[in-house]
Ligand binder design. Structure first.
Ligand SMILES: *Cc1c(COP(=O)(O)O)cnc(C)c1O
Length: 389
């Protein structure tokens, strides 16, 4: 952990920024050069070495956000995840992955590990004991993701980190859903933190990027693998991401607040069967979330009454966009059955409690009254259709 004493908004706004020595402009200059001097320099810079001026500047901000010594920026969340995993795994190793992780990570494990001679197990649940049960003598990594997609299940971060430390195993967490604003897992003992920066860090649904944060020692290993896989991010997008992060803490706090209000509203609505949000006291992970998160996040899921058709409901929304991704400043909804979890068998979905009527809701920063009004009018229209049909 670094001894960065600055406040979160100050880190978001200023940490790592480059000085414009030529013109004294207020923001980091953008250096698009892919070729730099090699003689008489301390660092040989090249985009795929993750060390251009803008890449290094943003890495400093990223590391400060997650309380780590170092960070590396990647071209996508999956580039970050695959590089981090392959940096610490080799033939003969075993990795334990949490049940219900991001679909792309699941697919990476089941489609790639075997050909590298890496074996893997998924936990059968979310408890620390579920991780412990899968550990083998050759287990090198425990991989977790909390809150999870789409049911916002909460995993005990410190519990899993303590277990791993006892056994000398490395821990990695996908912290995308929480964002560093709501959760800093290194403070709970996690070794490596990963984000899809496409989500809350970008925050405007227009940047695809990823990041890995850890100690300098761990990041040196990630770098060694990273330069081979070549998943670095273009400097222009790095520069845009630096700009996006300046407002991350205020955006995410507004999204937290909207999600809490929306979860409360939906849980009181007679048209809604069930709401999944860690901020609600009846969520099974509420106490755990309270102990390890500083905010409950901007994501929730809910089930409409079975007599309200979800596809019709999506079509009637006027403000909220039915849309694949999440974490933008605009509110979006999707059906996990039709998108993120469509490749999973209906049986597996049922086992994990993902119903066809489940709707995942990514809260934006719009006024909560307008979001609620949109849902109310859409439900009213679907109901009137059902009556006349
Ligand atoms: C989107 C996402 C990813 C993958 O990120 P990309 O930028 O799409 O590669 C990984 N984990 C979580 C939790 C995500 O939401």
């Amino acid at each position: 952990m670094t001894d960065n004493k600055k406040g979160l908004n100050t880190i978001c706004t200023h940490e790592g920024e480059l000085e414009d020595t030529l013109f004294k402009g207020a923001v980091s200059p953008l250096y698009m050069s892919t070729s730099y001097e090699f003689e008489d320099v301390d660092v040989k810079r090249y985009p795929r070495y993750y060390n251009t001026p803008n890449q290094e500047a943003l890495c400093k901000k990223m590391a400060a956000l997650e309380h780590t010594e170092a960070a590396l920026i990647f071209g996508s969340g999956m580039a970050a995840i695959s590089t981090a995993l392959m940096a610490f795994l080799q033939a003969g190793d075993h990795v334990v992955l949490q049940q219900t992780i991001y679909g792309g990570t699941y697919h990476f494990a089941v489609s790639q590990f075997e050909k590298f001679g890496i074996s893997y197990s998924f936990t059968s649940g979310w408890e620390v004991e579920d991780f412990e049960r899968e550990i083998k003598p050759n287990t090198k990594v425990l991989y977790l993701e909390t809150p999870s997609n789409p049911l916002l299940t909460i995993t005990d971060i410190k519990g899993v980190a303590d277990l791993a430390k006892k056994k000398g195993i490395l821990t990695m967490i996908d912290n995308t859903f929480a964002s560093p604003v709501n959760q800093t897992p290194v403070d709970l003992g996690i070794d490596i933190v990963i984000h899809s920066a496409t989500k809350y860090m970008g925050g405007h649904s227009d940047i695809c990027a990823g990041v890995v944060m850890a100690s300098q020692e761990h990041m040196d290993k990630v770098w060694q693998t990273g330069i081979c896989f070549g998943g670095s991010l273009s400097d222009y997008t790095v520069w845009l991401l630096e700009r996006s992060i300046k407002t991350m803490a205020i955006r995410v706090k507004a999204q937290n607040e909207n999600a809490m209000k929306m979860a409360t509203y939906l849980s009181q609505s007679k048209d809604v069967d069930k709401v999944y949000y860690p901020g609600l006291v009846d969520h099974p992970g509420h106490e755990l979330a309270k102990s390890q998160m500083t905010g409950f996040g901007g994501m929730l899921s809910f089930e409409l009454n079975s007599d309200i058709d979800a596809s019709l409901f999506f079509k009637e929304l006027q403000l909220i966009k039915p849309s694949m991704s999440l974490a933008g400043i605009e509110s979006t909804m999707l059906s996990p059955t039709q998108t993120s979890h469509s490749l999973m068998s209906a049986e597996d979905r049922a086992k994990q409690g993902i119903k066809d009527s489940l709707i995942r809701f990514s809260l934006g920063i719009e006024d909560i009254e307008d979001l609620i009004a949109d849902i109310e009018q859409a439900i009213a229209k679907v109901k009137s259709m059902t009556v006349t049909a």
